[in-house]
Design a protein around this ligand. Sequence first.
Ligand SMILES: C[S@@+](CC[C@H](N)C(=O)[O-])C[C@H]1O[C@@H](n2cnc3c(N)ncnc32)[C@H](O)[C@@H]1O
Length: 325
Amino acid sequence: MSSGARFQAQPQSVKLYDFHPPMEDFRSAVLQGLAQPQKALSAKFLYDKRGSELFDAICQLPEYYLTRTEMAILRAHTEDIARALNHRVLVELGSGSSQKIRILLQAAPQVHTYVGVDISRQHLQESCLALMQDFDGLETIALCADYTQPLPLDQVPELHQRPTLGFFPGSSIGNLEPADAVAFLKTVAGLGELIVGVDLKKSASLLEPAYDDAQGISAAFALNLLTRINRELGANFDLSQFTYQAHYNEAAGRIEMAIVSLADQGVAIGDAEISFTQGETLRTEYSYKYTVEEFQLLAMEAGFQPIEVWVDPDQHFSLHHLKHF
Ligand SMILES: C[S@@+](CC[C@H](N)C(=O)[O-])C[C@H]1O[C@@H](n2cnc3c(N)ncnc32)[C@H](O)[C@@H]1O
């Protein structure tokens, strides 16, 4: 992307506040998650460097309507959104490759500070650097942290400036169980205002291919978790003995993504031995879907007031502007 006046020729380094969780947390979460009757790991572990690259590839897939629809909403309502933006500091939660924020930054030249928050440290730094190079004069901060834990926002002096706006795109909030989504929103209430992207309820025939594409990128993204566990925790998962599935549980309103064992097998993770039966699943991710009203109620539970909501013409995706009073 090049934005003319904001182009900056000289790359500089991005200021990093590094609160990346220690490896020991990963080890204990994996051992605990695999010891449960329904094996399950948090979606946050999918994002090592390779996981972030695979997620970027997912965003380009024809089946993955979420990214292009959210971008289209942002573009279609840029003027509206810009009117709502009088903020000087933008904080992007789960910032990934920081693409969508570019639309907001172009619409809001008064913003002088951007804080990208993500757990995937190297990808975060690279994305923030690219943003800084493209938006001349934008103070760009990388905050590597786990937003399922209380975020260390008070330890980032740049965030003491007001007013701030939190941007949480990609329907990442759908990865959290509804009660955890409320708890999360409460932890970021101090930001004052949020724009949150939320995927809407729709038919399984549209949802399931978005999470299990024909090229197998979604499968590779999920199975990369096993590669990560092998590399970082000294495990011996044989990836040829596992496959991937995504199913829309309509009653629960969520896509359920899982790695499936193709055989009865044992896996060593360091000194621990984990057994899988044939067909047993390891849940890697939920993606909750909401109606506009359901999400507004959830936000209100966290003390936010819905200000405005933008939806695409096909009613696939919603963008909520929320204020905390
Ligand atoms: C679904 S992707 C969305 C990326 C981007 N915001 C977009 O809209 O395309 C989720 C992003 O959140 C990050 N993430 C996931 N869980 C996280 C956590 N617990 N704390 C911080 N970042 C997290 C991932 O690394 C990834 O960049």
